[in-house]
Design a protein around this ligand. Structure first.
Ligand code: NDP
Ligand code: OXD
Length: 310
């Protein structure tokens, strides 16, 4: 059995290698593209691996995502049926996402970005702000990150509702499930947060069709994946006033190309995929734990359901 990493980002790769070597000094770890015996590799830790790469590893048993999302693994696929897929679940990653979303929701409700622009022009323009109990925040995806974000926003005083694939019951959160309940979930949502995994069912879900079900002037926060959003539909919805603005952390193409129309829009806040970043030194022990579990034939932690795609 042997362990290798394929991480498509030099700094991130270095940090992961350091963290893994610290967590398991006894374990030889090879890093793509310098993997001398790919046929010996049974466990791969990956982030955005190149397309088709898995076929080089004829004895692979597990692919671990170096983040919470696994869409990058399926995109590089195909992944043989017998290979397990795992992902990161980590309290700090969860907390960081909650903080990012709370910050963006407050910045919108209290017009912080508007005042930043006004300051740049030396304009003194007080506005009435939106109070927490006047705003309903709707979270698409009530998984590890969505439930925590819902709790944080509830604690801040916002009315919170959430939508998931299967029904959920959670204190203080109004819950909706499945396609049938999507219109009811959206109809009173003033701030829509996307925390869905990217799957065949959710790709392109943030579209004109969905925006039409929101109240006029709603605000969108996409912290999940760029391909959830139909980018041209966002521009249409902003132009028509259906949406009042958007905060985007993720994009179809990253880095966002220089000539992309989103850069020009005052009503779009852009962050460079930093809502919540996995910290290798925190997470390396759970990856190593799974490697040894695999070796001992024990159940793996944080496995992904291949049928569901997340
Ligand atoms: P989970 O797998 O824990 O939760 C996913 C949630 O989405 C579940 O509630 C699930 O429903 C719901 N869901 C899935 N498919 C559908 C569907 N078709 N219709 C309705 N609901 C659906 O994921 P996490 O919370 O851990 O992470 C979510 C995503 O956040 C990741 O996949 C990743 O893409 C993104 N992310 C972004 C980061 C960033 O920095 N921008 C950082 C980390 C993650 P059910 O509960 O019924 O299964
Ligand atoms: C993740 C991410 O999926 O950082 O963890 O996007």
């Amino acid at each position: 059995m042997s362990f290798a990493v394929i991480i498509n980002h030099d700094l991130f790769k270095k940090k992961w290698l350091q963290a893994l070597r610290q967590a398991a000094p006894e374990l030889p770890i090879a890093a793509f593209p310098d993997i001398a015996s790919p046929e010996k590799v049974t466990f791969l830790l990956v982030w955005r691996p190149p397309a088709g790469v898995f076929s080089r590893f004829s004895n692979l048993q597990c692919i671990a995502s170096a983040g919470a999302g696994v869409d990058h693994i399926f995109r590089a696929g195909p992944v043989p049926e017998n290979v397990s897929i795992t992902r990161v679940v980590d309290e700090q990653l969860t907390r960081d996402m909650g903080l990012y979303l709370a910050g963006q929701v407050i910045a919108y409700a209290r017009d912080f970005y508007t005042y930043l622009r006004a300051q740049q022009q030396r304009h003194w323009r007080p506005r009435m702000y939106k109070r927490t109990d006047d705003l309903t925040v709707g979270i698409m995806g009530l998984g590890v990150l969505g439930i925590h974000a819902a709790e944080v926003l509830h604690q801040l005083g916002f009315k919170v509702r959430g939508w998931s694939r299967t029904p959920k019951s959670w204190p203080h959160i109004q819950t909706f499930a499945g396609d049938e309940q999507l219109p009811a979930f959206l109809q009173d949502t003033h701030i829509l947060i996307n925390l869905l995994p990217l799957t065949e069912q959710t790709r392109g879900i943030l579209s004109n069709e969905l925006f039409a079900m929101l109240p006029d002037g709603a605000y969108l926060i996409n912290a999940a994946r760029g391909a959830h959003l139909v980018e041209k539909d966002l521009l249409t919805a902003l132009d028509s006033g259906k949406l009042t603005g958007a905060c985007l952390d993720v994009f179809c193409e990253e880095p966002l190309p220089n000539d992309h129309p989103f850069w020009e829009r005052e009503s779009i806040i852009i962050t460079p995929h930093v809502a919540s970043i996995t910290q290798p030194e925190r997470v390396a022990p759970q990856i190593i734990d799974n490697y040894y579990r695999l070796q001992k034939g024990q159940p793996l932690l944080h496995t992904v359901d291949r049928q569901r795609g997340y």
